[in-house]
Design a protein around this ligand. Structure first.
Ligand SMILES: Cc1cc2nc3c(=O)[nH]c(=O)nc-3n(C[C@H](O)[C@H](O)[C@H](O)COP(=O)(O)OP(=O)(O)OC[C@H]3O[C@@H](n4cnc5c(N)ncnc54)[C@H](O)[C@@H]3O)c2cc1C
Length: 425
């Protein structure tokens, strides 16, 4: 990765904010067309949510399939500079001529890191592993995840105590620099693409569905990690309370979505995601009963075909009706699900070993500049004039293929700003 400071004409660059699949796509497409690109990602690794999936629909291939190719393209392109652990502090200017101040947090681990893992072994501080949704613990110094790009350890500033230097004392490659400080960088760029994506809705806010109070209620995002071979249970989907194999699993669709008290909108991808995840359960436990409680099954366009095949292949029982309550049974910690069965015209109560809440998508638009209009739900509803663009799930809930297409379009618009700047001298 080459730094923008080294010999590129300042001002002609495109700044991409957010290194998920959308941001990485915009960066690569613009760079491969000849533009200088600076990619700024607030976490320690690129890939966003896709990096944490077990498989992605519709092809059900594992995420490294697409991401690894993208990372190779990115790494081989001298026009792209990447800053991780970084955010945009301010953005001023006008189309074709913006000044952005980037704040870069210290990683404390340099490129000399060989991933030997000795530092992690001696580190005395355990913290919840954010990549695994807190299901397992990691150390204050850790590799963000096994396939992380960049493949470099980091220290969690909040967890690490100031008077401990065990990791640095142990590292024989001198790759740990505890004196690193936050730095700032001022860039002049022609255009900015915001691809800051989404976060899952906080399931603990949905009182009646038992998340946080019932041990065996998990979210769809957690299930992705539970199913992943490098996840907290090495890919085995088991009951969190006792590690036992589930005999019956319920998916609760629209957990907090299409609900005025939570997210009033449809998150678009959750029905297809749950059908995919039902496949994870069926492949591990062909005898397990799988029920899906839904309001309407929404699998638009070509995903309709994926849905009908997944329902048939995984023996999913579809129950049209909203779940009223999930309660934990004493001792067994089984889950009693009470719901309407709209088509049967009755109320039903069933027991399950695991309940998966299909929580929706919340746009991460808080840091977008004022020139980008937000809709009533917080999604970016317009671009911010010719030079400031939004791409991916920060605009609307979308599957990966749609996010990629959107990001490619944003790269083109950003490149037009660069070209406009050149034309105007
Ligand atoms: C449970 C679930 C399963 C899914 N499964 C599939 C599937 O199988 N197939 C499929 O096609 N789609 C699936 N999706 C949809 C998929 O997750 C999205 O299409 C995809 O994540 C969109 O990518 P993105 O880059 O827009 O956002 P994200 O993946 O959210 O990436 C955004 C990036 O921006 C960074 N960021 C955020 N704020 C800032 C900031 N202020 N400064 C710098 N960086 C920032 C984040 O750290 C992150 O790296 C699923 C969604 C859910 C909820």
């Amino acid at each position: 990765m080459v730094n923008l400071d080294t010999g590129n004409e300042e001002g002609d660059a495109i700044l991409v904010v957010g290194g998920g699949i959308a941001g990485v796509t915009s960066a690569i497409e613009a760079a491969e067309a000849g533009c200088q690109v600076v990619l700024v990602e607030k976490s320690a690794y690129l890939g966003g949510h896709v990096a944490a999936f077990h498989r992605y629909f519709p092809k059900l291939c594992p995420p490294p399939c697409g991401l690894e190719i993208d990372f190779r393209r990115l790494q081989n392109n001298p026009r792209i500079t990447v800053y991780t652990l970084a955010e945009v502090e301010s953005l001023n200017g006008s189309p074709g001529n913006y000044e952005a101040v980037i704040r870069i947090m210290p990683r404390y681990v340099t490129a000399a890191c060989t991933l030997c893992g000795e530092c992690e072994r001696v580190c005395p501080v355990e913290i919840p592993d954010a990549f695994n949704c807190g299901i397992t613990k990691t150390k204050a110094i850790h590799l963000p995840h096994r396939m992380a790009f960049p493949a470099q350890y980091m220290i969690d500033d909040d967890a690490c105590s100031n008077d401990c230097s065990l990791c640095a004392d142990t590292c024989r490659y001198l790759a740990i620099d505890l004196k690193q400080k936050e730095t700032k960088k001022t860039l002049r760029v022609a255009s900015v693409v915001f691809a800051t994506g989404w976060a899952p809705y906080d399931a603990a806010k949905i009182d009646n569905l038992g998340f946080g109070t019932c041990a065996n209620v998990v979210t769809n995002v957690m299930l992705e990690r539970m199913a992943a071979p490098d996840g907290p249970t090495a890919g085995r989907i088991v009951r969190p309370s006792d590690g036992k194999a589930p005999r019956a699993v319920a998916f609760v669709q629209c957990a907090g979505s299409r609900d005025r008290n939570h997210l009033p909108y449809c998150s678009g991808v959750c029905c297809t995601a749950s059908l995919k995840q039902a496949g994870y359960i069926h492949s591990q436990y062909p005898e397990a009963k799988i029920s899906m409680f839904y309001i309407d099954l929404r699998t638009p366009g070509h995903l309709e075909d994926f849905a009908s095949k997944a329902i048939a292949a995984n023996g999913i029982e579809l129950i049209k009706g909203k779940v009223g309550k999930v309660q934990e049974q004493p001792v067994s910690r089984d889950l009693l699900v009470t719901a309407e069965d709209v088509l049967g015209g009755r109320k039903i109560a069933r027991e399950y070993d695991i309940v998966v809440l299909a929580v929706g998508i919340v746009p991460q638009s808080a840091g977008l500049p004022g020139c980008v209009a937000l809709d009533e739900f917080g999604f970016a509803s317009t671009n911010g004039g010719p030079g400031v663009l939004a791409a991916g799930c920060v605009k609307r809930p979308a599957e990966v293929a749609v996010s990629i297409r959107d990001a490619t379009g944003a790269a083109l618009k950003a490149m037009q700003s660069v070209a406009g700047r050149a034309n105007h001298g």
